[in-house]
Design a protein around this ligand. Structure first.
Ligand SMILES: Cc1ncc(COP(=O)(O)O)c(C=O)c1O
Length: 490
């Protein structure tokens, strides 16, 4: 199989252990804001590690916004540490599966989220400024020039070989040695997920997934007439494997659909040991999993990129991804390696979609292999992290007391649990009156849960107007609470 599993879980690399020790010293206050860290050379001597290891550890802490490099002066503990806010509780969805009906609210939010006259926190998409538009245009123009003839031919169903090879190379650090011949290119991750589910389920079947979950997943389930079984999910560690084990014992679950790295909307990231346990559990019950790795490249820690698929010995894990969040959503290049279900998935894809635009796929292959891509990803992660910190500080200042917020290790989404008297649908409507768009919590579940929750995406434009709009959302929620309290008192 394509996984590269080994029996013992590897110790985190040396640089990460050093970074974790320093992070703990910063969080405990042993190293205070603005303190100077030992020079790289000194730290290497003290810790008896190489200079490269210290540099990697410092870079990791820099990405996590805990330290900052000052030109010609060295490394210092960041002066503005991310605010400490309480995180939401583990979710507690009902134990039964449900038919899904989320389409109308979702359509409304998506429509408003892309309206240029609206200050939007609705869409989980980075703004155009995050993408290197010039590099994109050049790659597309070059692919069209070089492969002009391809525009007049039907494309092959699996997609361009160069792109499949580039994807297989990118999956190596995730612990996966994928065979490019088994990779199938798709129209974004959404199509890959839809095809995987169709390959292993029939209408009426039960699919287990995180709770809260991506409304895109709920839409796919609704379109395929599948039932959603929502599994309790921890805001930092993701899907509860214990709860999933119980569900597999008691219900005829046909598939699991999960985002182990930076789930949507929680931004939860499953620990490595749990990923291994999950693969074992799936093997025990012979249940296929659709692993959506769309956010793996946004993870701040390398170990968070290790796929569940890398522990899979049975070909049960269908690994999907796309470049909508890191290269360009408009190119619509996604992919899947469906393990033992590859023949079924290929048949479905041939019948339903055929191939895609080969020049777009070749432009993607070129972009993925350019030396500038990794530095661009790193810059993107840093810019996003700064915004998330800024947004969390604004939330701490201006949202009602008792608001809980996630602190995702990467990604552009924040999940807020407001005091239970706040109705997120009423908040959504009140915000829209002021041309501000948020995503109400009920969009992220087939149940009627999360009425007091909202998802805020900070990937759109980020300027004073947007920051002001964020404060305003808090003020509107506060006013709603005050009105509710007055009504109760009357
Ligand atoms: C978890 C997850 N999977 C898939 C998608 C959609 O990906 P694509 O644009 O590649 O279809 C999204 C988009 O927000 C997402 O959050």
């Amino acid at each position: 199989m394509a996984g590269m599993s080994s029996d013992a879980l590897p110790l985190p690399p040396l640089y990460l252990r050093l970074a974790d020790r320093l992070a703990a010293a910063i969080r405990s206050g042993a190293l205070a804001r603005g303190d100077r860290l030992p020079s790289v050379r000194q730290c290497a001597r003290d810790e008896t590690v190489s200079i490269a290891t210290v540099l990697q550890a410092y870079r990791h802490l820099e990405d996590a916004r805990l330290i900052e490099a000052r030109p010609k002066s060295g490394y210092f503990v960041a002066t503005a540490l991310p605010p400490a806010l309480q995180e939401p509780d583990t979710s507690a969805p009902p134990a039964d599966s449900l038919q899904v009906d989320v389409a109308s609210l979702t359509e409304r939010v998506m429509q408003m989220a892309t309206d240029p006259d609206v200050l939007s926190f609705g869409a989980a998409c980075p703004a155009a400024e995050f993408f290197d538009e010039e590099r994109l245009r050049r790659a597309l123009a070059q692919a069209t020039r070089r492969h002009r003839a391809l525009l007049c031919q039907y494309p092959i169903v699996n997609g361009s070989e160069a792109t499949r090879r580039a994807i297989a190379r990118r999956a190596l650090p995730w612990g996966c040695a994928l065979d490019p011949n088994n990779i199938v290119l798709t129209n974004g991750a959404t199509d890959a997920i839809g095809l995987c589910l169709q390959a292993v389920t029939r209408p009426g079947d039960i699919v287990a997934l995180e709770s809260p979950t991506s409304f895109g997943f709920l839409q796919v389930l609704e379109a395929l007439h599948l039932r959603a079984l929502e599994i309790p999910t921890h805001p930092r560690h993701g899907l509860s494997i214990d709860a999933l084990a119980l569900a597999l014992q008691t219900q005829p679950v046909r598939a699991l659909l999960s985002v182990p790295t930076l789930s949507n909307p929680l931004g939860a990231t499953m620990p490595l040991a749990e990923r291994r346990r999950l693969a074992q559990l799936l093997a025990e019950h012979q249940v296929p999993m659709v692993e959506d790795a769309i956010y793996n490249d946004w993870a701040e820690r390398d170990e968070h990129r290790r796929a569940v698929r890398s522990f899979d010995q049975e070909g049960l894990v269908m690994l999907c991804g796309s470049f909508s969040k890191t290269v360009a959503p408009g190119l619509r290049v996604g992919w899947v390696d469906a393990g033992r279900f590859t023949p079924a998935l290929r048949r479905l894809k041939t019948a339903l979609f055929g191939g895609h635009t080969t020049v777009a796929e070749l432009a993607m292959a070129d972009l993925l292999q350019q030396p500038g891509f990794e530095p661009q990803l790193r810059r993107m992660r840093q810019d996003i992290a700064r915004r998330v910190d800024d947004a969390r500080s604004l939330i701490a200042e201006s949202f009602p007391r008792g608001t809980r917020v996630t602190d995702p290790p990467g990604g552009i989404m924040l999940w807020l649990e407001l005091p239970s008297a706040v109705d997120s649908l009423a908040l959504f409507k009140a915000c829209l009156d002021e041309r501000i768009c948020i995503a109400p919590g009920t969009m992220f579940s087939a149940t009627d849960r999360y009425r007091h929750c909202i998802r805020l995406s900070v990937g759109g434009r980020w300027d004073e107007a947007q920051r002001q709009a964020l404060r305003r959302i808090g003020a509107i929620a506060e006013a709603m609470l005050a009105r509710g309290t007055l009504r109760l008192a009357a």
